[in-house]
Design a protein around this ligand. Structure first.
Ligand code: AMP
Length: 285
């Protein structure tokens, strides 16, 4: 596996590979790999001749009071894992290379960013789309792989790609979970043992809502209420949002018709966790 630190070298390498007829898949990450990341890399491997990853904790997608400085990092461990997973190229830029002094451009998706995480993290998605657009220009992939764990991010990136006619196919990967159901996340490493137990309330509340839907409860308000009650019954939790929305527009829905996205964000202690699932009415009818 080749590790590349400079954008220019990455661009030249990607261009040469494209010209030689190779299919390039790309997995952007912030590192501190877990099985969720590895699954994305495995899927990329299936779709392409060359698998590229990036490891970059992108400062502009963090708000001023968020965990940029404490975000977990393990570059050496990550590179070993990526190499084992058969990754060909790892792009590992520095923040000052990505954002030199006179940097002044933002890529902004208007509507789907205004819901869910966009409400409590108002600058977050502009940071994501800006860095993803840059990374696409640098790595020139045919295919880029994202996790459904960050469902809104996947929606926002897909919107950007369609709106700007970017020549890359976006592939989504289902959420990878711990054996007890907790969605894998680099931020899980912040949880102490008591908080780790409480964090299970995210998946439990998704399951509860899914069960209620299959028993005929389709009113979003009732489903949200049930999920909220389950979450607040767990210690150390504070709900940011529990929403049921259209999976394409991210706008709230009043009832579950066809497919709806149940998305939640919960502070567990000082750690903000997110999870989601698709609720499907047709499944049980
Ligand atoms: P991150 O390093 O947290 O920015 O995540 C990099 C990519 O991995 C994003 O596309 C995430 O959606 C994806 N990802 C993170 N956690 C999971 C998970 N548990 N299952 C599937 N994909 C994930």
């Amino acid at each position: 596996m080749k590790v590349i630190r400079r954008a220019e070298e990455m661009q030249q390498t990607a261009e040469a590979l494209r010209l030689s007829g190779k299919v390039l898949a790309f997995v952007p990450t912030m590192g501190f790999f877990h099985e969720g990341h590895m699954e994305l890399m495995r899927l990329a491997r299936k779709h392409a001749d060359i698998v590229m990853i990036s490891i970059f904790v992108n400062p502009i997608q963090f708000g001023p009071k968020e965990d940029l400085d404490t975000y977990p990092r393990d570059l050496e461990g990550d590179l070993l894992k990526a190499e084992k997973a058969g990754v060909d190229l790892a792009f590992v830029p520095t923040a000052s290379d990505m954002y030199p002094d006179n940097f002044q451009t933002r890529v902004s998706v208007e509507k789907v960013t205004k819901h869910l995480c966009g409400l409590s993290r108002p600058t977050h998605f502009d940071g994501v789309t800006t860095v993803v657009a840059m990374l696409f220009n640098i790595t020139k992939p045919h295919i880029a792989v994202f996790g459904q764990k960050d469902f809104q991010q996947l929606t926002v990136v897909s919107r950007m790609v369609r709106d700007l006619n970017m020549d890359v196919r976006i592939v989504g990967v289902p959420t990878v979970r711990e054996p007890d159901g907790l969605a894998m996340s680099s931020r899980n490493s912040f949880l102490n043992p008591e908080e780790r137990k409480s964090a299970l309330c995210l998946k439990k509340s998704l399951d509860l809502a899914g069960n209620l839907v299959s028993r005929g409860e389709h009113r979003a308000e009732a489903l949200i209420q049930a999920a909220r009650e389950l979450i607040v019954a767990h210690p150390f939790t504070e709900i940011d949002y529990v929403n049921i929305c259209d999976p394409v527009t991210m706008e709230d829905v009043a009832t579950v018709e066809g497919e709806a996205l149940l998305a939640l964000a919960v502070m567990v202690g000082k750690t903000r966790l997110i999870d989601n699932c698709l609720l499907s009415r047709s499944r049980e009818e």
